[in-house]
Design a protein around this ligand. Sequence first.
Ligand SMILES: Cc1cc2nc3c(=O)[nH]c(=O)nc-3n(C[C@H](O)[C@H](O)[C@H](O)COP(=O)(O)OP(=O)(O)OC[C@H]3O[C@@H](n4cnc5c(N)ncnc54)[C@H](O)[C@@H]3O)c2cc1C
Ligand code: SF4
Ligand code: SF4
Length: 617
Amino acid sequence: MSAEIERQRIAADIVCVGFGPATAGFLTTLSKQLVNQDGTPAVESAVMPGAPPQVLCYERADDIGFGVSGVVTRARGLRASFPDFDPKNIPMAAPVTEEKVVYLLDPIGASRRSRTLRAADACIRALRGLLPFQDGAVELPWSPPFLHKTGGLVLSMGQFMQWVGAQIQSTGAVQIWPGTPVAEALIEDHRVTGVRLLDQGVDKQGKPGDGFMPGMDIHAALTVVGDGPVGPIGQQLDAQFGLPDGHHTRDWAVGMKFVVDLPADTALKPGTVLHTFGFPEPEIFGFLYVHPDHVASLGIFVPSWFDTPARTAYRYLQHWMQHPYLWRLLKGSKLRSWGAKTLGESGRRGEPHLVGDGFARIGEGSGSTNVLTGSGVDEAWTTGAQLAESVLELLKAKRPFTRQNLEETYLKRRRASWVEAEARVAEKSRDGFQKGVLRGMVGMALAGLTHGRFTLNGEPVPPYKRIPTIEEYYRGRIPEREIQQLRQECAIKGVSLHGALMQRCGWPAIPYDGQLLVSHQDALLLGGKVQAPPGYGDHVVFLYPELCERCGTKICIELCSGQAIAPGEGGVPNFDREKCVHCGACYWNCAQPIPGNPERMNIAFRAGTGGLHSAEN
Ligand SMILES: Cc1cc2nc3c(=O)[nH]c(=O)nc-3n(C[C@H](O)[C@H](O)[C@H](O)COP(=O)(O)OP(=O)(O)OC[C@H]3O[C@@H](n4cnc5c(N)ncnc54)[C@H](O)[C@@H]3O)c2cc1C
Ligand code: SF4
Ligand code: SF4
């Protein structure tokens, strides 16, 4: 938006972008220490002398806890912040009681397995009498300790975040504003001076229309960026300041999950945690966590190294649920809530510059997620708490939020903590997956059991270097002429191609039951309750339409978690904001790099409103 627009201006001491677990950890720690017990400020505001610091937090989603997040956690950071924490006070929370890792064989014969894996499957079937084999799956008799969440919690992050939000706001020291996306960071002379909120009353391209309301400028001495793995402010800072030498963000996964009501007579006990691998494709990991009152969260992760142009999480999730090992537990269940979100999985190697003049980064967007232990919430929370302790130290000493001061406080705390020590162990633990699933599993075990001393190599590469075109991928299985015909038929119907291709390769049609096996559209409307308020610009933008015109994979259409990207005229896809769940999958997966930057693809993911309207995930 042009600079001549007059904008309302607010002065604060600290402004936060996003209210995920990282910012919740920050604000929980900060808000408890801003005011003395007698009500006097423990430290003083620079913009409102005599009052405690003015702290504002802006969250994109329409309410606190709307979205998708993790649900099993060791909860070390959470318990440190709430020593008297009692899971009984939070809906859907339960202590972890049982953990299992399960290898799922392919009961259909359609999964894309290597010869080695097929041979391994044949051996397992032959020796089934000697193994803990049940309903086409093997429950591993032993799982490595680094995967364990003993003493941890199964949580609905949505419910937990609502509880934390209420705790923070009850201190009166902090304001949290949901439904308020931050459009950009304000940067002057390499210093972040605050944020600009998103304009309202604009058309799809962001041009002012009737009822135009320019987003306010919030000026603050410190901007805390906790906007997650696809946050536009994090992206802006990466573009402005670059990444540290050798760092990149080429590893990610799309996570898609259901929250379901299990049958009343379910044998699954609250606190049960199941992790699966092997099916529907060897690269896809699954999870099932049991909450109290016959409710479960379940879903899959589709990782960046899954080299197929038909990487549709929704369809794969439905096949995964129907695996006999899981179906015996899920049959008769009913969908309550649904959603999708991507995870930044580059960890320590994806870490941006964590601090600079006037800003600090926390949470997954700061590279905190640990891919070896499968844990993001605890780490995100802890980085936020570490920043809060550092901010209080600087405020008390009346030292400004310069890069150097933040390095001497926040960076120092973070580097000395368990988050850093464990991130170092995990840093290269999944590199083996770049060259195959079995190699990847061995690499993970090696890294975990040797505390990161030994790993298997395999340099992560960006998607355009690894995802073949549809014709290349299906060569030998579907003739090119038939693919062309299917493509035309799907374009006429306005649907994506992956369903037709998967069916052609032996994946059975989904037997919709209107309860658990529902169409993608029903999941959007009933499960995710997806909405988009009018008057905002499109947040998904195809940067160079000419790249789309000649793009052979159109993977953005095939993988879109909300069916929000559909075939468009002249080969440039259409984006429908009203169906977008803000998962960010298109941002990571687009198969064409933009001119001049081989690390960034042809989709911009900007600040936007709407998305999921459920706090159960
Ligand atoms: C399906 C799935 C399952 C998972 N399972 C687990 C698990 O079992 N255990 C575990 O520990 N971790 C799990 N994770 C990972 C975990 O959810 C993340 O690591 C964690 O949520 C990161 O917290 P965060 O605060 O850094 O970011 P986020 O949780 O992504 O929060 C960022 C917040 O910023 C907001 N935001 C973004 N842009 C803007 C903007 N421009 N303006 C205002 N607000 C903005 C977003 O709406 C969001 O609320 C899972 C993730 C997924 C997707
Ligand atoms: S957005 Fe990316 S994946 Fe989609 S058509 Fe354009 S270039 Fe291809
Ligand atoms: S358009 Fe929206 S729902 Fe579709 S992949 Fe992109 S962010 Fe996810």
